[in-house]
Design a protein around this ligand. Structure first.
Ligand SMILES: N[C@@H](CCC(=O)N[C@@H](CS)C(=O)NCC(=O)O)C(=O)O
Length: 216
């Protein structure tokens, strides 16, 4: 009960960045309180917790705010320092996944200022490196790490933007390894439990169409 009060996640239902954190908390078995934020009228608390970027996710642990999703994920892994781990323990393996993590994180900013070309470039880099990133073709679901968490949240954002804005972002045949891993990950319970509805996402991206005029 005490522990429950200590962890609060400020989020927004459509955000893949927030979904990463929800998945990480679920994998780690951490109970938390969830506060849904409105992006049109941000709460006073959000502005206090994240005064520079004013963005979600914000994780509040023992009243201390942690911002920026990748930092939040690392914080969760470091703080609840028991298995299952989200990051590899040795420094070399950590350094190997740093680039793909950043590329994936940048690709999920497609609902913001990223251009489609940049997203596709990031996907190309990932595809070329999939065999290096997952050297043993490690099966999905067993020890879902940070990279898998990021990969599993990308498809539904892409599909919803493709439908809402009538554009093609990701042709599965161009990214066979990435697409196949994403498809397996999307079928996992933790992914299904945290996935926003496709119809709701499409509506969301249509409503915010003016922010994405650069896509067309
Ligand atoms: N770099 C940030 C990006 C988070 C982000 O872009 N959050 C969006 C929701 S998807 C947000 O809060 N947007 C509010 C705004 O831009 O005013 C992270 O990784 O946490």
């Amino acid at each position: 009960m005490e522990e429950k009060k200590k962890v609060v996640l400020h989020g927004m239902w459509a955000s893949p960045f927030v979904r990463w954190v929800k998945i990480a908390l679920k994998i780690k078995g951490i109970t938390y309180e969830y506060v849904e934020e409105s992006m049109k009228k941000k709460s006073q608390l959000l502005l206090i917790y994240n005064p520079i970027y004013k963005k979600v996710p914000v994780l509040v642990h023992n009243e201390k705010p942690i911002v920026e999703s990748l930092i939040v994920l690392q914080y969760i892994d470091d703080t609840w320092n028991t298995s299952p781990y989200l990051l590899p323990s040795d420094a070399y393996s950590k350094s190997m996944i740093d680039m793909p993590l950043r590329k994936l994180a940048a690709s999920q900013g497609i609902e913001e200022e990223k251009s489609m070309m940049e997203v596709q470039m990031n996907l190309n880099i990932l595809e070329e490196n999939m065999n290096v990133i997952f050297p043993y073709n490690s099966p999905c679901g067993e020890n879902m790490g940070l990279l898998d968490i990021l990969l599993c949240c990308l498809p539904n954002v892409i599909k919803a933007i493709e439908e809402a804005l009538n554009v093609k972002i990701m042709e599965p045949q161009k990214y066979p390894l990435t697409s196949s891993r994403m498809a397996s990950l999307c079928g996992l319970e933790v992914a299904l439990d945290t996935a926003p509805s496709h119809e709701k996402l499409v509506k969301f991206f249509r409503a915010y169409r003016r922010f994405y005029t650069h896509i067309n």
